[in-house]
Design a protein around this ligand. Structure first.
Ligand SMILES: Nc1ncnc2c1ncn2[C@@H]1O[C@H](COP(=O)(O)OP(=O)(O)OP(=O)(O)O)[C@@H](O)[C@H]1O
Ligand SMILES: [Mg+2]
Length: 142
């Protein structure tokens, strides 16, 4: 199994996107099919940006197994009050300054759901959020 963890710093827009870019390159090197690489890259980017923008900091973890890939985003708060609402297209609590940087369309989490095979989210206020996006690698059409 291949595992790599990337610490993600809150508010660090200079390095935002680097972890997901590394993940994409790692998967390419591991010979994962381009279609899955593209899907995982989209998910990794949305998870990473959410950690930068909405969390107090956390980590993004990539796990590659023979028949599956798992991406995990785990943070130290502040947690999500209403998960169902957070998953709705267009819902965002992003600040004006973050919106001016081009984020905050409220499409990140819906994109993650759309671009993974298994989605898990749990969150506790003042504690943190855990999101897992899973991919199955034994599809014949790959
Ligand atoms: N790790 C997190 N911690 C706390 N709140 C979060 C976290 N991730 C997402 N959220 C909440 O869920 C909302 C929806 O997230 P989503 O990624 O869909 O949209 P966005 O980040 O606001 O905008 P976009 O992703 O389109 O730039 C966020 O605005 C925020 O309120
Ligand atoms: Mg987002």
């Amino acid at each position: 199994m291949f595992v790599q963890t990337f610490p993600i710093t809150r508010g660090d827009f200079d390095t935002a996107g680097e972890a997901s870019s590394k993940i994409k390159n790692m998967l390419k090197k591991l010979g994962i099919s381009p279609r899955i690489v593209r899907e995982v890259a989209i998910t990794a980017y949305e998870m990473e940006l959410n950690l930068v923008i909405h969390s107090l900091g956390g980590e993004l973890k990539l796990e590659v197994r023979p028949k599956s890939i798992e991406l995990t985003a785990k943070d130290n708060g502040p947690g999500i009050e209403d998960i169902k609402l957070a998953l709705k297209e267009g819902y965002s609590t992003a600040s004006e300054s973050v919106r001016n940087m081009g984020f905050g369309a409220g499409m990140g989490l819906p994109n993650v759901v759309r671009h993974c095979h298994n989605f898990h989210i749990e969150s506790e206020l003042n504690k943190g959020t855990l999101i897992i996006a899973g991919y199955s690698l034994d599809e014949k059409e790959d």
